[in-house]
Design a protein around this ligand. Structure first.
Ligand code: MG
Length: 269
């Protein structure tokens, strides 16, 4: 049996959000359309955040409106609070991804409130999403380290995961938002998460700041992740995380997984 790994391409959000210029909506839509042609079936396509803070994502609604409507493709809208959630649902997102940052300082810089407040916000969003029939998942960011606080204890990451799990998420992701993680740390996080969160699918999100991204992705898979984020061309970063560079490239991840006897549904060609 070939192991199947799901890829969530985040180029249109994590990637383009970090471009210095604003990419025209039509170019974004064409990028997403071509990614779908390669076989990708789950894509993070927009972020429903304050357009004054992230002008690259100001056209989130228009992107959603112009994407091909396909039953076999899921478009994910990233949200940081209920206002963003309401915008994403109104725009037609069938899945939303909420972010809770594992370090308090980074959470305040990224979304203007404490980690605890974001957890409460997530639990409310999760209730509303379930009522509206929208799939809701949550990412715990800076899970391998914080640009402002430094080390983030795994105990804290797992404790946050247990609290967000009360919202009954479709999936919980652990993100090495700035690319400081190493495989042994990733193995510990995912192994402990798997034990602490029975029945909840796990996803990994890794950056290549120190070229450990693919090794971390492989470690996450070995420890029980079923989905990996990646960005075509390796574009991406984080506007609120100094020195964070690209996501793991989708094409390199696909290459590594196929050469390792796994399937992704994505055509490298
Ligand atoms: Mg990222």
């Amino acid at each position: 049996m070939t192991r199947k790994v799901e890829i969530l391409d985040v180029a249109a959000r994590d990637g383009l959000q970090n471009e210095p210029g604003v990419v025209p909506t039509g170019v974004k839509v064409e990028l997403i359309r071509r990614l779908i042609e390669t076989g990708v079936r789950r894509l993070e396509v927009a972020s429903f955040v304050n357009p004054k803070k992230v002008p690259q994502m100001a056209d989130a609604e228009e992107v959603l409106a112009r994407l091909p409507k396909r039953d076999d493709v899921v478009y994910v809208g990233l949200v940081l609070n209920r206002r963003g959630f309401e915008r994403a649902v109104a725009a037609g997102c069938r899945e939303i991804g909420m972010v809770v940052v594992a370090s308090d300082t980074f959470n305040r810089r990224n979304q203007g409130v404490s980690t605890d407040e974001s957890i409460s916000e997530w639990l409310q969003i999760a209730r509303e999403a379930h009522a509206a029939g929208v799939r809701a998942q949550v990412t715990i960011a800076a899970a391998c380290g914080c640009p402002f606080e430094g080390e983030v204890p795994v105990d804290r990451v797992i404790a946050i995961a247990e609290r967000v799990a009360e919202g009954n998420p479709h999936e919980i992701a652990f993100a090495d938002t700035i690319g400081v993680g190493a495989p042994a740390q990733v193995t510990e996080i995912f192994t402990r998460a798997r034990a602490a969160l029975p029945g909840i699918p796990l996803r990994g999100h890794f950056h290549n700041t120190r070229n450990t991204g693919l090794a971390n992705a492989y470690a996450a898979l070995q420890a029980g992740a079923s989905t990996l984020d990646a960005s075509c061309g390796g574009i991406g970063g984080c506007p609120f995380a100094p020195a964070a560079t690209g996501n793991i490239p989708t094409e390199d991840l696909v290459y590594m997984l196929h050469r390792s006897g796994m399937s992704t549904g994505v055509s490298l060609e």
